[in-house]
Design a protein. Structure first.
Length: 134
């Protein structure tokens, strides 16, 4: 997935690596990557419960080397199919002040980009799932 040169790759483990192939971007230290949980009954994604944020921290600078973001959402028990389908959403800023909390970093542009779907079969395992053809 990509916008503004942002790539989101699923890694073995329980999260994604976000890379900026063009200029570096800044991502909020808390909830910079949020997770949505697929609801099989309604056929859509709903925000998963996220942990609370602590004190403001400097935004995370992401460049071409990338940064790992774990699945930190609190998920319900596994459904009968044996896995949850999650989708990450990354909040990012362009041309931001360095070493400042995201709300105070005066970014020239703030956007979001959705990443690939992930099947979480148990804690610590995430694999890409091909999108359904419509």
């Amino acid at each position: 997935a990509g916008a503004a040169g942002i790539e989101i790759d699923v890694v073995q483990g329980n999260g994604v690596v976000v890379k900026a192939s063009d200029d570096a971007v800044h991502i909020p230290a808390c909830r910079g990557v949020t997770w949505s949980l697929f609801n099989a009954e309604t056929g859509d994604f709903r925000p998963a419960h996220a942990p609370g944020c602590g004190a403001l921290e400097s935004a995370i600078r992401v460049d071409a080397e990338g940064q790992f973001f774990p699945v930190d959402a609190q998920l319900p028990p596994l459904p009968d199919v044996g896995f949850h389908i999650l989708r990450p959403t990354v909040v990012y800023g362009l041309k931001c002040k360095e070493k400042a909390p995201f709300p105070m970093s005066s970014c020239a542009f703030i956007g979001t980009v959705d990443g690939p779907q992930i099947a979480v079969r148990h804690r610590g395992a995430a694999v890409p799932v091909a999108p359904a053809k419509r």
